[in-house]
Design a protein around this ligand. Structure first.
Ligand code: S3P
Length: 450
């Protein structure tokens, strides 16, 4: 599995107007979950529009190693034949999730309530990321963990032979933690309860319901959600169409907003309310984003978005919005670098435990390209204006840092270089051809980068 691809430096330069229609790949969160729930259903689930990025392909390989049969047909449709809840097999080898935090954390949930032992590892980014946030509740359910260093990968998880249902209050805004507990609840007799003080993406809940699990959700007047899942259901196979990923759409949306004269339509974007904080923020900054068509499919709203360039002004982004745009702050910071005035972003503590410490990576990348910004423990202030560029950005194995700074290059006076564009393949393998097709300028990175 793909943890050790070669690094690929790349630069981007000042670009003319971006134009045309484009479709970004399928949503990463929904793609992971489609494969996992398909692997637990009785029968064959079909998936159209699966994101074929490295992260999701690692999840497909993991589900195969756990006993599911997964094939892709000549029309690009994926077929997942599940083993039934409780039917996962103990894999013979180590499961390497590469760069994929969602993949490994959700898979740990699946394993926690099955009497099997699984050894997980990942790439140089994933082995640094905290796993205690999912292991704590999974231990309460009866799983045992053997880790080499703290609660970090590589580690072996031995699922509980007699798992116990828990009531777990998620201590940080994390859909991965919520989802790991719910997935462990599938194999657990009785009712598993997750209390979620802050609303995060709800794809797991929606899909569990779609696959026929008995799941109930109550939202208190103060917004606290209580999710109750009845364990050991028989999941029914589904026909899934994965909508376009709003976290990938964010890149062409911001690029078209900041490159003068642009007019781009991004098609079929998932508009789940827990995912569209960036669009709200860009609109407050003065962006010109129009919903040209909106439709509903598989319980989710999708939209075609027409984006024309616009002059932006700085805003204060409230901490309460962070969960609905947590992956979008790097590209928002790029938009803010071109805006008139100051943009203040707050409540960013979770950014520090993503594929990289994204708060530092963003601040360092902006500074090295002449953009004035200040980084705090959980906040960032960017003072916008014209962008000198000319810097080489350290991406720390983080796809979103790479894409964000290439887009900064489209509006900078001198080209912006990223030290490694290879990781873009984890979530948005078609990023470069799609953007180049719209008129973006990519340049080979200089000789010193070889
Ligand atoms: C995801 C949840 C978020 C997000 C990640 C995908 C998911 O992570 O950053 O890219 O699919 O559940 P956290 O749960 O750590 O906030």
């Amino acid at each position: 599995m793909g943890s050790h691809s070669a690094t690929r430096p790349l630069a981007a330069g000042r670009s003319g107007p971006l134009t045309g229609r484009m479709r970004v790949p399928g949503d990463k969160s929904i793609s992971h979950r489609s494969l996992m729930l398909g692997a637990l259903a009785v029968g064959t689930t079909t998936i159209d529009g699966l994101l074929e990025g490295d992260d999701v392909l690692n999840t497909a390989a993991a589900m195969r190693a756990l006993g599911a049969t997964i094939v892709k047909d000549g029309d690009g449709r994926w077929h997942v034949t599940g083993v039934g809840v409780g039917g996962l097999l103990e894999p013979t080898g180590v499961i390497d999730f590469g760069n994929a935090g969602t993949g490994v954390r959700l898979c740990m949930g699946l394993v926690a309530s099955q009497p099997i032992a699984v050894t997980f590892t990942g790439d140089a980014s994933l082995v640094k990321r905290p796993m205690g946030r999912v292991l704590d509740p999974l231990r309460q359910m009866g799983a045992e963990v053997l880790a080499r260093s703290g609660d970090r990968l590589p580690l072996t998880l031995r699922g509980a032979a007699t798992p116990m249902p828990v009531t777990y209050r998620v201590p940080m805004a994390s859909a991965q933690v919520k989802s790991a507990v719910l997935l462990a609840g599938l194999g657990t007799p009785g009712v598993t309860t997750v209390v979620e003080p802050v609303f995060t993406r709800d794809h797991t809940e929606r899909m569990l319901e779609g696959f026929g699990a008995a799941i109930g959700i109550e939202t208190a007047p103060d917004g606290v959600r209580t999710i109750r899942l009845e364990g050991r259901p028989e999941l029914k196979p589904q026909a899934i169409t994965v909508p376009s990923d709003p976290s990938s759409a964010a890149f062409p949306i911001v690029a078209a907003t900041i490159v003068p004269g642009s007019d781009v339509v991004v098609e079929g974007v998932l508009m789940n309310p827990a995912r569209i904080g960036l669009i709200d923020t860009l609109l407050e900054m003065g962006a010109d984003i129009e919903v040209v068509e909106s439709r509903e499919t598989g319980g989710e709203r999708l939209a075609d978005l027409r984006v024309r360039s616009a002059a932006l002004k700085g805003v204060t982004v409230p901490a309460s919005r962070a969960p609905s745009m947590i992956d979008e702050y790097p590209i928002l910071a790029v938009a803010a670098a071109t805006a008139h005035g100051e943009t203040r972003m707050q409540g960013l503590e979770e950014m520090r435990v993503k594929e990289s410490d994204r708060l530092s990576a963003v601040a360092d990348g902006l500074k090295i390209n002449g953009v004035d910004c200040t980084e705090g423990p959980d906040w960032l202030v960017v003072r916008g204006g014209s962008v000198p560029g000319g810097g080489r950005v350290a991406t720390h194995l983080d796809h979103r840092i790479a894409m964000s700074f290439l887009i900064l290059g489209f509006v900078a006076k001198a080209p912006v270089t990223v030290d490694d564009a290879a990781m873009i393949a984890t979530s948005f393998p078609t990023f470069q051809p799609l953007m180049a097709g719209a008129g973006a300028v990519f340049l080979p990175a200089g000789d010193d980068d070889a």
